[in-house]
Design a protein around this ligand. Structure first.
Ligand SMILES: *[C@@H]1O[C@H](CO)[C@@H](O)[C@H](O)[C@H]1NC(C)=O
Ligand SMILES: *[C@@H]1O[C@H](CO)[C@@H](O)[C@H](O)[C@H]1NC(C)=O
Ligand SMILES: *[C@@H]1O[C@H](CO)[C@@H](O)[C@H](O)[C@H]1NC(C)=O
Ligand SMILES: *[C@@H]1O[C@H](CO)[C@@H](O)[C@H](O)[C@H]1NC(C)=O
Ligand SMILES: *[C@@H]1O[C@H](CO)[C@@H](O)[C@H](O)[C@H]1NC(C)=O
Ligand SMILES: *[C@@H]1O[C@H](CO)[C@@H](O)[C@H](O)[C@H]1NC(C)=O
Ligand SMILES: *[C@@H]1O[C@H](CO)[C@@H](O)[C@H](O)[C@H]1NC(C)=O
Ligand SMILES: *[C@@H]1O[C@H](CO)[C@@H](O)[C@H](O)[C@H]1NC(C)=O
Ligand SMILES: *[C@@H]1O[C@H](CO)[C@@H](O)[C@H](O)[C@H]1NC(C)=O
Length: 576
């Protein structure tokens, strides 16, 4: 049935010029979620008396920690050894499976199983960000690294190797088996710090989510947080694409996975192209020498005018969930081959390549989840696992926000030149003329309703300025200058961090990898050279990604245990 190549784990690095007013980390006042530059969402937990800042990952299940000073408190050593491998196996964490007390999100688990990491390869990025562990929030299965290691060691792995959520639910049988996320966005006008993770409870700000339709996990026994979407619209056009799943393809629907461990939207290349093709002035450069600012399976780079709004809406259960344009475009300062520094805006929806596959048509990471309040339920005795979403972005407010933020950034950064001029510097003039999307397969773009209005609904006084290369600049730029001029622009923007990105995994082994050696090299060099991390020129242009490699592992089996089973309902097990 399912194969591991359908989905695995992903570690990504995203150099990013951060936005205006924010510090690198934002901590919600009433919760403990830490937003690391919109790319990692972490929390402080205590394990064996030791505080550790860990990533939260809906895409994987097992817990591991690697605190620099070791664990100070009592633990029990299972004398078993587990490894979570990334990609081709050259990057991984490994270590002993221990039991110890874990305090997380208001719960105390007396004997939680976790990997006490002895060796890791490729975790430098997280460590540089002060992140020394991971808690998976995915589905339970006997083949997870920890349960499998314990079972091999003679224990009942599914029993004593339970992941964190299962431990909490087992201790609190009367509570609902769900958790819920609000992910903050740093860098928008309101610099929203309202992030929360609640377990078996809702954030009081979002209790209305209870009225949202339950989106059943699809495939029903896929053992991961994917659901059916009715598609997307971008700037007034409906974009649909063929599903890997025949029955979804027949109804024009798609299966998408929600992963807190992935930064952006990972889509088929043709869908990415269809989205940005709707944006006036946007140009793609194929196989570009410009570095994408997000992980991508190819080197196609979409360059957009920094004032162009991508007005994209995702649709679930026939309800619209608008996406903030800041979540669809990244801004960066590039040290270009001509020796000059330029500011450019790049599309952040990128090509998921073979990460997508049977059962998975797209991957919606933090870029999506910032726009909703999301409830992830493992189901109950009468219903299988499902997700509920509450829309949290208003298109008009978000568009104004976008223009305001960009205006502030552009005012403090090197010149933006036109996308064509920018691409030409990197890839030559031919790249510009040959850059029009070439025959995407199966993607249907239909105009729905009125032509895109962008933000022209906002009144603006044009102040004729153009790109410094002499080409015209669209009037939105001038709009931007007029918006929110009262807001503070004292803080330097252009802070960017050791931006890490996504981690996602099946309920089984983590299989996928991004090497970020070059970026880490930069970070180390930057520090050595005494560059503050807030240096606004911190070099997006210096980064290249090593492509993700998928380990071709055909041993994937569906999760053998879910809380719900079609045949015997609650707490059933099944196997394929
Ligand atoms: C998390 O824990 C570390 C280590 O104790 C501490 O330095 C840091 O301030 C904490 N951060 C938050 C947001 O609580
Ligand atoms: C754990 O990882 C290290 C590399 O960091 C490797 O040398 C060692 O062999 C691994 N241990 C096992 C038991 O695989
Ligand atoms: C393992 O423990 C579970 C309870 O957590 C139990 O249902 C199962 O039968 C046990 N398996 C074995 C092989 O003992
Ligand atoms: C999806 O459906 C279309 C039209 O029915 C068909 O042409 C296409 O081959 C299908 N794609 C897949 C991946 O099944
Ligand atoms: C992409 O460009 C590189 C050189 O920059 C070249 O080696 C490679 O063959 C190109 N790939 C494709 C698919 O054109
Ligand atoms: C580009 O930015 C870098 C980093 O701040 C700086 O060292 C360099 O002088 C700039 N180059 C130009 C041409 O302004
Ligand atoms: C299961 O969850 C659904 C959706 O939240 C709810 O409507 C239903 O009442 C629950 N059933 C039980 C038995 O708790
Ligand atoms: C910012 O907050 C204000 C006040 O709560 C609200 O009216 C406005 O819509 C928010 N802006 C955005 C872009 O969310
Ligand atoms: C975005 O599109 C929606 C409809 O798809 C429309 O209602 C809204 O006004 C648009 N907003 C902007 C700022 O273009």
């Amino acid at each position: 049935m399912l194969r591991s190549s359908a989905l695995s784990s992903l570690l990504l690095l995203r150099p990013l010029l951060a936005y205006g007013r924010s510090a690198q980390f934002l901590v919600d006042a009433d919760n403990n979620i830490i937003n690391n530059m919109n790319t990692r969402y972490t929390l402080n937990l205590t394990v064996a008396g030791t505080a550790v800042n860990v990533m939260l990952d809906t895409g994987s299940t097992d817990m591991w920690v690697a605190p620099p000073g070791g664990l100070v408190g009592a633990t029990t050593d299972s004398k078993t050894f587990a490894e979570i491998a990334y990609g081709d196996g050259s990057n991984f964490v490994n270590g002993s499976v221990l039991w110890g007390e874990v305090d997380i999100a208001g719960y105390t688990i007396p004997q939680q199983a976790f990997i006490n990491v002895l060796n890791s390869v490729g975790e430098e990025g997280d460590e540089a960000s002060g992140i020394f562990g991971l808690v998976g929030l995915g589905f339970t299965g006997p083949d997870g690294s920890i349960p499998a290691a314990l079972t091999a060691g003679g224990f009942n792995g599914t029993d004593v190797g339970k992941p964190v959520l299962s431990s909490i639910y087992a201790e609190n049988p009367s509570k609902g088996q769900f958790f819920a996320f609000s992910l903050s966005r740093v860098g928008d006008v309101n610099d929203t710090a309202d992030a929360s993770l609640t377990i078996s409870d809702y954030d009081p700000n979002y209790v209305a989510v209870a009225n949202s339709p339950a989106l059943p996990v699809y495939p029903p026994k896929g053992g991961r947080w994917s659901v059916v979407t009715d598609g997307i619209t971008a700037n007034g056009q409906t974009i649909s694409w063929p599903s890997f799943d025949d029955s979804l393809n027949a109804t024009g629907q798609n299966a998408v996975l929600f992963d807190t461990g992935t930064t952006n939207f990972l889509m088929p290349a043709a869908v990415r192209d269809a989205i940005y093709s709707t944006v006036p002035g946007a140009i793609v450069s194929r196989n570009s020498s410009i570095s994408n600012l997000e992980f991508s399976e190819d080197n196609d780079v979409w360059v957009l005018p920094c004032n162009a709004i991508v007005n994209m809406t995702t649709i679930f259960a026939n309800l619209e969930f608008p996406i903030h344009p800041l979540d669809l475009v990244d801004i960066g300062v590039f040290n270009a081959p001509d020796g000059n520094n330029y500011t450019a805006c790049l599309g952040s929806v990128t090509n998921g390549g073979p990460i997508l596959g049977p059962g998975l048509d797209a991957l919606y990471g933090d870029s999506f989840l910032r726009n909703v309040y999301s409830v992830f339920s493992f189901g109950n005795s009468s219903m299988g696992p499902y997700v509920q979403l509450l829309a949290d972005t208003d298109t008009d407010a978000a568009a104004a926000d976008y223009l305001s933020v960009r205006a502030e950034q552009l005012a403090e950064s090197p010149a933006e030149i036109s996308p064509a001029a920018f691409i030409s510097i990197y890839d030559g003039p031919n790249a510009v003329t040959s850059s029009v999307a070439g025959g995407p397969t199966g993607v249907v773009v239909t105009t729905t309703g009125a032509a895109p209005t962008l933000a022209t609904t906002t009144t603006a006084v044009p102040t004729a300025t153009g790109y410094t290369d002499g080409s015209a600049i669209s009037s939105d730029k001038n709009l931007a200058a007029d918006l929110d001029s009262s807001s503070s622009s004292n803080d330097s923007w252009g802070k960017w961090g050791p931006i890490i990105v996504g981690l996602l995994a099946t309920n089984l082994l983590i299989l996928l990898l991004v090497a970020f050696v070059s970026v880490m090299t930069y970070i180390r060099n930057g520090r050595k050279a005494g560059l503050p991390m807030s240096d606004k020129y911190a070099g997006a242009a210096h980064q290249r990604y090593v492509p993700v490699k998928l380990r071709d592992d055909s041993s994937f089996v569906p999760p053998a245990e879910t809380l719900y089973d079609d045949e015997d309902h609650a707490h059933g097990r099944y196997s394929d």
